[in-house]
Ligand binder design. Sequence first.
Ligand code: SGN
Ligand code: CA
Length: 560
Amino acid sequence: MRQAGTALVAALCALALPACATRADDPPRHAAASSAAPQAEQRRPNIVFIMSDDHAYQAVSAYGGEIGRLAPTPNIDRIAREGAIFVNSYVTNSLCGPSRATMLTGQFSHLHGFTRNGERFDNAAWNWVREIGAAGYQTALFGKWHLNYSPEGAGIQTWKVLDDQGKYYNPDIITPEGRSVVEGYATDLVTDFSLDWLEEERDPDRPFAILIHHKAPHRNFMPAIRHLQKYLGTEFPVPTNYFDHYDGRPAAAAQEMTIYEDMYEGHDLHMTEAEGSNELRFDRWPDDFARMTPEQRAAWDARMQASNDAMNEAGLAGRELALWKYQRYMKQYLATVAAVDDSVGRVLDWLEANGLDDNTIVVYTSDQGFYLGEHGWFDKRFMYEESLRTPLVMRFPGRIAPGTRVEAPVQNVDYAPTFLDFAGLPVRDAIQGRSLREVVDGDAPADWREDIYYHYYEYPGFHSVRAHYGVRTDRYKLIRFYGDINQWEFYDLATDPGEMHNRIDDPAAQPIVARLKTRLEALRAQYRDSDGPAVRDPLTAVAKGRRDAQAAAGIGHHAH
Ligand code: SGN
Ligand code: CA
């Protein structure tokens, strides 16, 4: 695979791809990596694992959608152009804490035990960062942790984290020394912490793994001052199912996550009370704005006032107001993404300027996907496409050919084994995912998975999304919602990509539905999530998950 990859790089460079052209002055680098194989192979790669929070793949221009065209992410795209883009990248449970715990452990929620936000991750449990640290890597984490108060005891050597969800302006920062408010914009601060560590604290003679985990573009969508007006004049395309009827989908009908009704007008949409006033409308958590300095707030108001005044003057209602809210949401959300993309650019530039880009794996992903108005929603949780998918791009010069498109279905359960594998460490049995090294040449091995398993638990909870689990193949999706709703759903994504028609009762679909039900049971058994009755009582499932996680992680064998 290695040789094939190198040959492909050479072939692509011969075609003068832009990514290669910028390196024309330094042609032997990739070639040298293979001819000097014995030495190069011993040089363990650095790992830069960048993750944002709630970044929809629809808002990453490398994925080619219309939003990306209007609000491009050139630096994230650079990773894809110089490496691989995973076009079928999914999560196992579309929620922050469970996803992060999955990325750390390589296990589904029911095994690591963190099934819903508000759980507490056991920092003593096995995770890949501690493992590669023990094998000689320097490890550091900056930004969002959100698994419990801090990473204390998780075996990450250096860390500086946001408190809980993190605040956009002047966030509380927790370090081993304590907690303090640091003035600045969260995305920029997390980048500064990361670059400072790389520049000043890192031992240049040892490989490193740095986790740069942003708060943005998570709710309440507050952009940096420099980006506040970036999209104010841009009209974004309204999803065709923005005004969804939810017919045949009782769980979708019962959620509380519509842009038109469930977003807080002040807190999330930054709308003001009246023309000429800067007082925010309903603001569920006033601290996000109250903690701005007077200068920051004045700069904010100066840039937002005209738009807010125009809105108040227009006196919109009903459908018009719902459409206005969609546009305001997109403007603010995408402006927070702009700072994340700036951050990625700063990190890539730093690697290049320090000659580290060749021997460093750079990964960009999000903890899950997000709705950008599809079905009328923001937030995530559902197994419907936009939140099930998560962006994933990866660069590793000489090992991943520029412009690689990975079609194989991958999941966040695969990240831990990937990092171990690239670091030259064995993958342990308790890990349920597989190393992405097997698919980054664009050619999946014959025994690679063909479908993916998903399980969401957090109900009752924010946004009232019922617990559900399901299977997605390359074409079909079968979901079972359970708890106070017992509902199966079936979609043919080839004919109904927007998942508007639940065909579970369609006679023509029955042979496929039957096949998928069998397949779903097989997956539940394979991943050991086969405790059927637990689905009636999510709390029991959590307790079982904890027990299984401890057994799987072999707790008791590891001294921490
Ligand atoms: C907060 C948000 C919710 C969001 C959860 C989970 N409300 O509670 O809208 O679903 O986080 O997000 S907020 O107004 O406090 O931001 S997650 O990314 O942590 O899973
Ligand atoms: Ca999230």
